[in-house]
Design a binder for this molecule. Structure first.
Ligand code: SIN
Length: 305
């Protein structure tokens, strides 16, 4: 018997496999395909104060080993998430869910985080200071250590549950941002969000996505994400959630050796909606193959010592 249980900020997960925000809707959509209770948990679509239609279309560009998205935080707004989406999720998911919060001002982050943090189903609040697809929001806070810390401080004042900050790789020094977020009271760090990228259509000779650029994710970013998880783990004491290009149980183990306490699967859900279920299924076998009996024991195992 192997033990896949891990702890994320004081909440026990049956396994470290979570679906990443923006790739798993509000969960119930995937519950039509399989029992989503097999997951450790998931992070639901980034939610803002008001409903958002998102960016103009086209918003997706295919790439080898990944894709570019420029969704622009499309979501029904916090009122509808609480009154309509979370009740639907309650019918098919018994575990705590991670609430992903977007915003365009510190006040908005704080208001949305407060309201979602008060929902019984919500176990963690994930503050997204890293969306590359909106102007004056998201990334504007996540590229400056002090701005990111200000968001964390404001959210921590009003949320009584663990606050996890989702960081962007589009910076020169992700460690300094993680460290400031920890000092400001963050309970965990999740990384990485998408890498800013673009494609150009050779026939039209224009950018493929209407917003010109978007966030690149998928298997190609895995080594970058792994490197950043490794670096952040060495410099903070709070748990790290590893995100970026994960698509197999082997990738999960590699991320945990780099320092992740749990992982989120993103782009892979878009090409294979069963991928999270299959990773959970494969994990015990892959653990046995590599002589691992307890997943908790391998967290950060690739570091010195
Ligand atoms: C989006 O809605 O544009 C994606 C969310 C994100 O990248 O944070």
């Amino acid at each position: 018997m192997v033990n896949t249980k891990v702890d994320l900020c004081g909440i026990q997960l049956d396994n470290p496999v979570m679906a990443a925000s923006g790739t798993f809707g509000y969960g119930y959509e995937f519950a039509e395909l399989y029992d989503i209770n097999v997951l450790g948990s998931f992070s639901f679509k980034g939610t803002t104060l008001k409903p958002r239609f998102g960016n103009p279309t086209p918003r997706i560009a295919e790439c080898s080993e990944g894709l570019i998205n420029s969704i622009g935080l499309q979501n029904p707004g916090v009122d509808k998430v609480i009154s309509e989406e979370l009740p639907k999720l309650a019918e098919c998911f018994d575990k705590k869910v991670m609430a992903n919060v977007g915003g365009f001002s510190i006040e908005e982050y704080s208001e949305v985080a407060k309201r979602l943090g008060e929902c019984e189903q919500v176990g963690w609040v994930e503050v997204n200071v890293s969306c590359p697809n909106v102007h004056h929001g998201g990334l504007a806070f996540g590229t400056d250590p002090q701005a990111a810390a200000s968001v964390v401080r404001a959210v921590k004042e009003v949320v009584r549950k663990p606050v996890i900050v989702k960081l962007s790789p589009n910076v020169t020094d992700i460690v300094s941002i993680a460290v400031e977020c920890e000092k400001a009271g963050a309970d965990g760090i999740s990384l990485i969000n998408t890498l800013l990228g673009m494609r150009i259509n050779l026939k039209t000779k224009k950018p493929v996505v209407a917003n010109k650029m978007g966030g690149f994710s998928g298997p190609a970013v895995f080594p970058v994400a792994l490197r950043m998880v490794y670096q952040v783990y060495e410099n903070v004491k709070i748990p790290v959630v590893g995100i970026g290009g994960i698509r197999t149980a082997e990738d999960v183990i590699e991320m945990m050796l780099a320092g992740a306490s749990a992982v989120q699967i993103g782009a892979a859900n878009l090409t294979d909606p069963y991928v999270c279920r299959d990773i959970v299924r494969d994990l015990p076998e892959v653990m046995k193959k590599y002589g691992i009996t307890d997943l908790k024991e391998i967290i950060g195992g690739a570091h010195n010592g």
